[in-house]
Ligand binder design. Structure first.
Ligand SMILES: [Zn+2]
Ligand SMILES: [Zn+2]
Length: 1021
């Protein structure tokens, strides 16, 4: 006997019961232990940060991370799954800063780095419990008891080892470059971090600025042309270069203007002044109608001198110039009250927008900086690392963006602002704190990833991306445009940068582990069990091997993306221990995260692995799209449309949520979701599956069915079809999962379950219902049983709870020697001999004809239970007609018609026939109803009413009843003519005319205009 199955199921309740079963019997652990000697399948967990509550998007990635390892386990692999936690970096520091009410680094320094970092350490596990319980609840099987944690000393030491590897290969350098800098966080960001924070609807000033020309190049100054003279205008102080910018705060740092050598520049009069700018852009500047007083090439104007907008010396800001050949070394220039700057030509000047004259501020922008080095331009930096204006300007002390209007007001007062407006464009913001980034020339440590670009690209060719377009698209492009990885951070909570520097002779050393540090002469501030974080490591110093001076640590920490990218080896504290474990788990067979990680974890893993080991560290990636709300809007707290995973889990359950995630769209697509959409999945798929399962158990128990492991001899076409379909499904699902396509696999199962319920079970109902236990009935039971058991195994990776529930009842309950969990069994293997593709195709055609026939019937408004004389089918070929003839009993039964007829004529819709058309197929039902058919229809209606009454009376399916009836003559003759049929269908032992007064359940109906009274009562057994 199987345990009774309630058709009114609560999935969350079942899931809680199953969780308990797994916990008590250590099923997850056993699923790995049992396969300890099997080949390994390696999964890397991309570590989340537990300093916030896990959200619905975490459920998405976690269930996709889960499905493949479960499948591979069932395929015979040993799949260890180590959890991990990302614990360092800006995200963590910012949370603590928020908590302390800090707005910048100065406050951290005065609060104390030790205390600050202690809070960071605490905060990273603030939501650990929530993470762990959600992880368990959604059945993401991962070893949360032995996670790798990036803040552990052992983890840090492994990162140090890797950095040392790169150092020894010459892949680490300190560059003086323009780097994207977050003024609020006070640190540089890497290009992949910048890529995370672009906003394309940023409103900024769009301003045209006048730079007063002081002198023209000699050839131009000597001009002796009649009419307008530019040199005269210059000498009168009325000639200006016109330049355009969206960042007015950079103007105090301007030290040059760049023109395009080969393009034309016009001189135009405007309110008594003479403006010089590109002829091609007159329209855009708003002076398209003005007469051109003079035309010259950009090259002719190169070497012109102009007056600085802000002479730095007047505002107590240094003017410097790069020392040739020495990166990062600058010579301070002497004060000059008559300072002028020089006009240059450059090939980056575009005629697309602006004025064709580019304002150059070498302190703020890579192009400007490089132009500055190349042309030996002055370098003026009037902004500090917190993004505030320095010096004694009227806007000093202001944050750059706040300084913008004041810079413009100042220029306007002096007549140097030609025009100002607004522009909406794309601008990068800090991915963590949302502050606008500034590009800032400063010293930063780099990993020379660009030197290994070709290797990274070659390695990417070996990786299978799902969806495939990521490989050459998002990820491939990212590698193609690779720039060196700015990986030092001027911050506090992170893996400290393991580079020391001599205070006397500027010698640098990178130390790759604790033993290397211990071996240093004159070592101070070190102990074997010290916390390897700041501020403690800041005290480690030793004697310079070159000059005996003091070696002090560079006080930066490293990019936390380096930490997570180092997990393949750092999770094992490799190479200091666990060399074997590392080797057997490198590279990973499978990783999975959302698409934004192409520039995050996917990249840092790939870069570090390529640079350290010379090969990629993962083979297959499922790259997930983002989750939006039901309307396609981004979920956000402010919009109030965030879906709380717990709400969904408590109402629909984890399996419904998982199934939704897997099947609602391909993994790479953007996914809309709302709790209602999950409810839909539960109703459509899970309930169909459950009802079929429940149907089987109810009838099997009535008939005391005992599952037989012997192969069934298939005599019924329906059974042959089911076994064909099932084995074909096994093949397909296996292949799709093997190809990392859980979505298509899930959809195949979904359509199978629908066919199972709507075709096989419906068509076989009478076989289960009939009283004699013959071979046909047994075959039906065996087929349905095998199908449900196989489904539980196929579904185990997707919906582990319902799969387990079905397995426990159908298998474990009747066979104590069976595996104790569906997650410990092998994945089903298809029996190819049972696959008869012809029968699958033929049945598909019959199903199509039935569905068209039903459509035709419902158009005609004849009741479903009213038998009709004939269905007429126009099929495509004689072969198809033959197939339909073979299956005609099923079609007749399904459509409730008496006969089938084939035609090659077009079918016409008329009073006697209702027609449905689909492509080449036409199906018509003849709607003429004879008195005999009408009687039969009435009999069927009566059967249905009695069945409904049985349910309402709470009778068991196998209970026998007495049925009483009362109606007109027609009712009497129906009850007589169809007595056998009615009795059999309703388990009525007798049909009696007349309603006894004591009848328990009586109901009155109008059927086809005839009044009928029915009464039922349970027979004594
Ligand atoms: Zn920031
Ligand atoms: Zn030295």
């Amino acid at each position: 006997m199987f345990q009774p199955v309630n058709s009114k199921v609560s999935f969350p309740e079942i899931e809680r019961k199953i969780l308990e079963l797994w916990r008590t019997n250590r099923i997850f652990e056993k699923s790995i232990e049992a396969r300890s000697s099997s080949p390994k399948y390696i999964f890397y967990e991309g570590p989340p940060t537990a300093n916030g509550n896990p959200g619905i998007h975490h459920v998405l990635s976690r269930v996709f991370k889960d499905v493949i390892p479960r499948y591979k386990t069932m395929k015979g692999f040993c799949v260890p799954r180590k959890a991990g936690w990302d614990t360092h970096g800006l995200p963590v520091e910012l949370e603590v800063e928020k908590q302390l009410g800090f707005t910048g680094k100065a406050q951290i320094e005065s609060y104390g780095v030790a205390k600050f970092n202690a809070l960071c350490r605490e905060s990273v596990f603030k939501y650990l419990k929530q993470w762990d319980s959600l992880t368990e609840r959604i059945a993401f099987w991962v070893d949360i008891d032995h996670p790798y944690v990036t803040l552990d000393n052992s983890y840090i030491e492994s990162c140090w080892w890797a950095i040392k590897q790169l150092w020894d290969k010459g892949l680490i350098y300190q560059g003086y470059k323009v780097t994207p800098h977050c003024p609020r966080c006070g640190t540089s960001l890497s290009s992949h971090e910048v890529a995370l924070g672009y906003k394309d609807d940023t409103v900024d000033p769009s301003v045209y600025i006048k730079f007063r020309i002081k002198a023209l190049p000699a050839e131009m100054a000597d001009e002796k042309s009649p009419g307008f003279s530019l040199s005269k205008a210059v000498s009168e102080g009325k000639a200006y270069f016109l330049a355009w910018t969206t960042t007015p705060w950079t103007l105090p740092g301007n030290t040059s203007l760049a023109l395009a050598a080969a393009d034309d520049y016009a001189v135009i009069e405007c309110q008594g002044d003479f403006l010089v700018f590109a002829t091609a852009l007159m329209e855009q500047v708003g002076l398209g109608d003005s007469p051109v007083l003079k035309n010259c090439k950009g090259s002719q104007l190169a070497g012109s001198l102009y007056v600085p907008l802000f002479n730095p010396h007047e505002f107590n800001v240094e003017r410097k110039r790069a020392r040739a050949g020495q990166q990062g070394q600058f010579d301070i220039q002497e004060s000059d009250p008559d300072l002028t700057y020089r006009v240059i030509t450059a090939d980056f000047v575009s005629m697309e927008d602006g004025t064709g004259i580019v304002h150059i501020a070498p302190a703020f922008g890579e192009v400007d900086f490089l132009a500055g080095l190349e042309r030996n331009l002055d370098f003026v930096q009037p902004v500090d690392l917190a993004g505030n204006m320095t010096g004694t300007y009227s806007f000093s002390g202001k944050f750059v963006k706040e300084a913008d209007p004041e810079v413009l007001a100042d220029l306007d007062k002096r007549g140097l602002l030609y025009k100002s407006g607004k522009i909406t464009h794309t601008y990068p913001f800090c991915w963590r704190c949302d502050a606008p980034l500034v590009y800032y020339a400063k010293k930063t440590w780099y990993i020379r990833t660009s030197a290994k670009k070709d290797e990274m690209i070659a390695g990417n060719r070996q990786i299978n991306w799902y969806p495939e377009h990521i490989k050459e698209g998002r990820f491939g492009d990212w590698l193609q445009n690779n720039v060196d990885w700015a990986f030092s951070r001027e911050r506090y909570w992170g893996t400290p940068l393991n580079i020391w520097n001599c205070q006397s002779c500027n010698h640098f050393e990178c130390l790759g582990g604790l033993d290397e540090i211990k071996a240093k002469k004159g070592l101070k501030g070190f102990s074997g069990d010290m916390d390897l974080h700041r501020p403690y490591v800041d005290d480690i110093s030793y004697d310079c091997p070159e000059c005996g001076g003091k070696m002090a640590r560079q006080n930066e920490v490293i990019d936390c993306w380096f930490d997570s990218g180092a997990m393949p080896f750092a999770q094992w504290h490799y190479p200091f221990e666990n060399a074997g474990k590392f080797k057997e788990s490198f590279p990973a067979d499978y990783i999975c995260e959302a698409v934004d990680q192409t520039r995050g974890w996917f990249y840092s893993l790939h870069a570090i692995s390529t640079l350290v080991f010379g090969e990629p560290c993962y083979k297959n990636v499922i790259c997930l799209g983002h989750i939006l709300d039901a309307q396609g809007e981004k979920m956000s707290k402010t919009r109030g449309n965030v879906v709380d995973p717990w709400t969904v889990l408590d109402s629909s359950g984890a399996d419904a949520l998982r199934w939704y995630m897997f099947t609602s769209g391909p993994p790479g697509n953007v996914r809309r979701m709302s709790p209602d959409m999950v409810v839909e999945v539960m109703r459509n798929f899970l309930m169909t599956l459950w009802n079929t399962y429940s149907f089987f158990v109810i009838y099997a128990n009535i008939d005391n069915f005992v599952p037989d492991t012997k192969p069934v001899s298939l005599t019924s076409e329906l059974d042959k079809w089911l076994m064909s379909r099932l084995n074909q499904l096994v093949l397909e699902v296996d292949e799709l999962l093997d190809n990392y396509d859980p979505t298509s696999a899930g959809r195949k199962i979904e359509s199978f379950v629908s066919d199972l319920s709507n075709w096989y079970v419906r068509r076989s109902r009478r076989r289960f219902w009939k009283s004699q236990n013959d071979d046909d009935k047994l075959s039906a039971y065996n087929c349905l049983y095998q199908t449900l058991v196989t489904l539980s195994k196929l579904l185990a990776p997707f919906i582990p709870f319902v799969a387990e529930e079905m397995y426990q009842n159908l298998v474990r309950n009747v066979d104590s020697k069976a595996s104790e969990s569906v997650h410990l069994v092998s994945f089903p293997v298809a029996d190819r001999d049972l696959i008869d593709t012809a029968i699958i195709e033929d049945t598909e055609l019959a199903m199509k004809v039935c569905s068209m026939g039903r459509a035709a019937r419902s158009k005609s408004a004849v009741k479903v239970r009213q038998p009709l004389p004939r269905v007429v089918v126009k099929a495509r070929s004689a072969h198809e007609r033959g197939a339909l003839k073979n299956l005609c009993s099923q079609i007749l039964d399904e459509l409730n018609v008496k006969d089938i007829e084939f035609t090659s004529e077009e079918l016409k819709e008329d009073k006697g026939m209702s027609v449905a058309v689909e492509g080449d197929y036409q199906v018509g039902v003849v709607t003429e109803i004879s008195p005999e058919l009408l009687q039969e229809g009435l009999a069927r209606e009566i059967v249905r009413r009695i069945q409904t009454m049985r349910r309402a009376a709470g009778l068991e399916i196998a209970d026998h009843i007495t049925t009483n009836y009362l109606g007109n003559d027609q009712v009497d003759s129906v009850m007589a003519a169809f007595a056998d049929y009615i009795q059999q269908e309703t388990l009525s032992a007798v049909l009696l005319k007349g309603i006894p007064s004591e009848a328990a359940h009586t109901e009155k109906f109008r059927l086809s205009g005839i009044e009928v009274t029915l009464a039922i009562s349970k027979q004594a057994p």
